[in-house]
Design a protein around this ligand. Structure first.
Ligand SMILES: [Zn+2]
Length: 266
C-alpha cells in the first residue's frame, strides 16, 4: 500500500533487500508514476495505483529517473497495460533502448567487472536478443529537461547526471518536494554493513553501478542547493521534516571532502 509523503505524492516502498521506492504523483485529475521498480513489481504497482486512484485507473505517463533495472524493470509491462508513454532524458534513452555501444560507454564498475565481459562473451546475436527483450524502444520517449515535466505542471526536471548520463530528479517548487532516484538515496548503499543491514541515512548513488562519481558528487551539490523539504530517493525511507534541507547540505559537504569508501573514484 502506498503512503502519502506530501500533498499529492505517494510512496510505494521501501521494499525488499534493495529498499526500492516508486512514487505516484497526482496533478489535478491525472497522475504519473515516477520509476517502475524491478521486473516483477508490476502487479504490486498496478494494485497500489488502483487503491489510490480507483479501479481501471491509468497514468498520463511513466517518468524514469534513469534506466537501471531496479527503476525501469516494470516500465514496459505497465506502459503496455496502461497504454501510456515512458519519458526519459534524451541522454538516457540509448541506454534504455538497448544500444550496446552506449551501455559500454557509460558503464559503471560492476558493468566493467561482470556485465560487459558476459555480454561480449555471448556474442552479438544473443546479446541483441537479450537487449531487445528489455528494450523500451516501443514506449520510450525523450523529454527535454528545461521544457517542464510531462504530466506534472508545477514540477521541474533537474538534470542529475553521474549515476547514469541522463539521470534526472524531479522538484516541485511550491513546497520543495524532491524526488531524486539514485542521485541521492536514504539508505547507506555505499557501505557493506549499511547495504546488508539496510541502515537508513543519506548516501550518494551506489558507486558500483555509477558511471561518473565526479559528476554524481556535483549532482548531490546541485540537489542540496534546492533546500528540499521532502527528500524522496529511489531507495530507503523518504526524509521529511525541517531537518531535511540541512541534512542534505551537510551530506553534500561531507561528500566533497571525503576520501575512501563513498568516494571510490573521482
Ligand atoms: Zn537504484
Amino acid at each position: 500500500m502506498a503512503r502519502q509523503i506530501a500533498p499529492d505524492v505517494y510512496c510505494l516502498g521501501p521494499r525488499g533487500r534493495t529498499q526500492t521506492d516508486v512514487y505516484f504523483v497526482q496533478s489535478g485529475s491525472s497522475w504519473v508514476l515516477i520509476d517502475a521498480g524491478w521486473a516483477n513489481d508490476g502487479p504490486r504497482i498496478e494494485q497500489a495505483a488502483e487503491m489510490l486512484f480507483g479501479a481501471a485507473t491509468r497514468p498520463v505517463a511513466i517518468l524514469l529517473t534513469h534506466s537501471h533495472p531496479d527503476h525501469a524493470g516494470s516500465a514496459l509491462q505497465l506502459a503496455r497495460i496502461w497504454d501510456c508513454p515512458v519519458y526519459l532524458h534524451p541522454d538516457e534513452l540509448p541506454l534504455a533502448t538497448g544500444d550496446f555501444a552506449a551501455i559500454a560507454r557509460f558503464a559503471g564498475p560492476l558493468d566493467h567487472w561482470v556485465i560487459l565481459p558476459l555480454m561480449r562473451a555471448i556474442g552479438p546475436r544473443r546479446r541483441e536478443a537479450m537487449l531487445s527483450g528489455s528494450s523500451l524502444r516501443e514506449v520510450g520517449r525523450p523529454f527535454e529537461s528545461d521544457a517542464g515535466v510531462p504530466g506534472l505542471p508545477g514540477w521541474e526536471c533537474i538534470p542529475t547526471p553521474g549515476h547514469t548520463p541522463g539521470h534526472v530528479s524531479f522538484f516541485r517548487t511550491i513546497d520543495r518536494v524532491l524526488i531524486t532516484g539514485d542521485a541521492v538515496v536514504t539508505v547507506k548503499v555505499n557501505s557493506l554493513s549499511g547495504l546488508l543491514l539496510g541502515r537508513q541515512g543519506l548516501a550518494g548513488p551506489p558507486w558500483y553501478t555509477t558511471w561518473s562519481w565526479r559528476a554524481a558528487k556535483e549532482s548531490v551539490a546541485t540537489l542540496a542547493r534546492l533546500s528540499p523539504s521532502v527528500l524522496a530517493g529511489g531507495h530507503g525511507t523518504p526524509l521529511t521534516g525541517p531537518e531535511t534541507a540541512g541534512a542534505l547540505r551537510a551530506f553534500a559537504r561531507s561528500l566533497r571532502s571525503r576520501h575512501g569508501i563513498g568516494r571510490p573514484r573521482s
